[in-house]
Design a protein around this ligand. Structure first.
Ligand SMILES: [Zn+2]
Length: 238
């Protein structure tokens, strides 16, 4: 299946909390969207890899994504090397996405900037035809996504591009709450973590509302880009 967008995250839940609104909006417009998780989040203080697998499946169903895959790299310890790049290249060549969304370029969790650079490098390398890969025995064609956008996660980075997600915040928040083990749950007896506080979950919503305020809409998600964002017409900007 060819995808329009492949959203990649170091941990299952990165995508939902950072670009869930953008994905829900594009899916509603008929775009084909997939999610690739690099790890199963097995080092997470709360929950377990198995619980997280289940939560990721539920969140994907809420957003309506067409495919979700997990590379099961080592949480916390994966590295940006040839082996990891090749695994990601195989997925990029399989789904041929026009756009890749990936982790924040700078963040509190070390896997986020690491995943950000790893995916960005894999996107470039995937376009080199002399790097040979295969999928289920057949040779894959080189494919380089047109654009790589880095979503914003824990830190308040200054976005280069802002996407209006008015009307899709409810769906985004539902997908976030599918990760019951990770986010705010008054009944949970597990240790409190930075992302499981009520303030943290609330911040995911009000930060999007605030970006929306700044562009004159109800809600928005911000991204950093690697090259100048270009429009066909100056009237394309809202
Ligand atoms: Zn994460």
């Amino acid at each position: 299946m060819k995808l329009d967008i492949l959203a990649i995250g170091a941990h299952p839940d990165d995508v939902e909390m950072s670009c869930g609104g953008t994905l829900a909006k594009e899916i509603a417009k008929g775009k084909k969207v997939g999610i690739l998780d690099l790890t199963r989040g097995e080092l997470g203080t709360r929950g377990s890899a198995e619980i997280r697998d289940e939560e990721a499946k539920n969140a994907a169903a809420i957003l309506g994504v067409h495919v979700r895959q997990n590379l099961a790299f080592a949480d916390g310890f994966f590295v940006n090397d040839r082996d990891s790049q090749l695994e990601i290249i195989k997925v990029i060549r399989k789904y041929k996405p026009e756009i890749i969304l990936c982790n924040a370029i700078d963040d509190r969790h070390i896997d986020h900037p690491k995943g950000s650079k790893l995916v960005s490098d894999a996107c470039f390398l995937s376009g080199l035809r002399k790097i040979e890969t295969s999928d289920e025995g057949s040779e894959q064609e080189a494919w380089r996504p047109k654009l790589v956008y880095h979503y914003i996660q824990w830190k308040d980075l200054e976005p280069d591009v802002v996407v209006d997600v008015t009307g899709f915040m409810d769906k985004k928040m539902q997908a976030i709450y599918a990760y019951k083990s990770q986010f705010f749950d008054a009944e949970s007896e597990e240790p409190l973590t930075p992302i499981s506080s009520k303030n943290a979950t609330d911040s995911m919503e009000y930060r999007n509302r605030n970006l929306g305020r700044l562009i004159g809409t109800e809600a928005a998600e911000g991204y950093n880009v690697e090259r100048y964002p270009a429009v066909d017409s100056i009237f394309d900007l809202i």
